[in-house]
Write a protein that binds this ligand. Structure first.
Ligand code: SAH
Length: 243
């Protein structure tokens, strides 16, 4: 029965809108949580209620459907243009779209595994079940989320072979210093100090930036100054589109 207080005509589309609003609200809440806690806290959060992970990804896909281009597809194309013998680690893989669309061997990691190909773990250092110097490409596609994001990059450094690639795609607003985002030059400098060289800085897309690096043969081992713990003070991510 249709509730009498609901508009009599097009009540199902009204309900759909209410549901979409609620889903949007949940997504934003979980998104903010992931940007303001550590990887370990995020792991505990989802372990307590794995349904939150599904809610997050439903909202994530909805947001992504409004982006003219998805960064994961740009990275898939980059891989397809290279040898399929390159071994890839996809950190924060979501639904493992990357692994499903390339011929390469891909190790997919995320906080929750909804697919047998995904390894559930927190990608902070020493948590990822990969040997040192065992992969050729480390991918972070919109996944440098925790306040301890630098330790995710340290993990990538550890598992990458010398001359291996580090591919980062991030939401553009996170690297917009005029609006509370991180300074991309400071970020790039910090990554280089870990032992990488900067190979590509692409700000041409409206929604995301691409920062690609290559691991050097040896690092200098200096103290590194990272931009503030969460790259950006107030998470601005995904605010451009509303449900
Ligand atoms: N890379 C995918 C999904 C991006 S959403 C794509 O481009 O489609 C970001 C993902 O990073 C989420 O699934 C989230 O759970 C994951 N993530 C965030 N912090 C993480 C952590 N500490 N360890 C593992 N995965 C993490």
């Amino acid at each position: 029965m249709i509730h009498p207080s609901l508009p009599s005509s097009s009540s199902s589309s009204f309900l759909d809108k209410v549901r979409a609003r609620l889903a949007g609200g949940h997504f934003r809440m979980i998104n903010e949580k992931l940007y303001t806690c550590t990887g370990k806290e995020a792991l505990d959060y989802f372990n307590e209620d794995p349904e939150l992970f599904n809610m997050y990804h439903t909202g994530y896909q909805e947001q992504m459907s409004h982006w003219p281009e998805q960064p994961v597809n740009t990275i898939i194309k980059w891989l397809k243009d290279r040898s399929s013998s390159l071994i890839v680690a996809d950190f924060g893989c979501g639904d493992a779209r990357l692994a499903k669309n390339v011929k390469n061997k891909v190790f997919s990691f995320d906080l929750v595994s909804n697919d047998p190909s995904v390894i559930a773990c927190d990608m902070s250092n020493w948590q990822v079940p990969l040997d040192s110097s065992s992969v050729d490409v480390a991918v972070f596609c919109l996944s440098l989320m925790g306040t301890n994001y630098a330790s995710y990059l340290q993990e990538a450094y550890k598992v990458l072979n010398p001359s291996g690639w580090l591919l980062i795609a991030e939401v553009k607003s996170r690297f917009d210093p005029k609006n509370g985002g991180a300074d991309p030059n400071q970020f790039t400098r910090a990554v280089c100090e870990m032992g990488f060289t900067s190979e590509l800085k692409d700000f041409s897309n409206k929604m995301f930036v691409l920062l690609y690096f290559k691991k050097k043969k040896s690092s200098e081992g200096r103290e590194i100054e990272w931009p503030s713990s969460s790259l950006v003070q107030t998470p601005l991510t995904f605010t451009n589109y509303k449900f």
